[in-house]
Design a protein around this ligand. Sequence first.
Ligand SMILES: [Zn+2]
Length: 232
Amino acid sequence: MSSFSKICRQDSSSRPDASGTPERGSLLERFNRYNALIFDGRLPVPRLRWSRARTRLGQMACRRKTSLGRTKYYDYTLSVSTYYELTEEQTDDVLIHEMIHYSIAYTGLKDTSPHGVIFRSMMEKINRRFGRHVTVSVNTRDLHAREAQQPADCLVLALEMKDGKCYLSSVNPSAAGRLAATLAQAHEIARYGWYRSEDDFFRNMPRVRSLRGRCVTADFYNSMLHKMTLLK
Ligand SMILES: [Zn+2]
């Protein structure tokens, strides 16, 4: 059974996400280095992004405009995933792979398929000449994910006031008992509940020790109530 996932996808609609990583600043540096070394410096700097994609290590995205039967590509974005533990060498090979796609699209060459005759001949030439190991696809099963971020398990207080305002707060568990006592005496509260959540919404929120929270819309409030685990 094969489980090869494509190293990339040429796509004119979806955009890679722009989540940052510590080394995000160096992507431009890498691009400039290989543009000069391999592509004679003729590729304009595209949008460059690190992504957290799991199913593809790299991606070239662009917009496409067709008029009078001619297709023009523009607005290029190259992204490289930091999801897996890759060596510098492997990361650069992914970038070079995407740069080959970019070079083909930018110069208007017509390949037989996304990794067609032109792509493969450029790739093999680059591998030979520069001692690279650029491939058409990588089996992501052979790769290890970088240390997964621990899901932040939060104790959440969801409050609905009598005036209709809704609040969500991430509560420091050590203050929960005291807050519960305060809640019993707060007459402006219509209803409330204690929940457990790992949602990103709470990840960067301070864990409060007093009765305060973030005011949210009723729709958002209700959608969060459905996602969280109610504590009895
Ligand atoms: Zn590709």
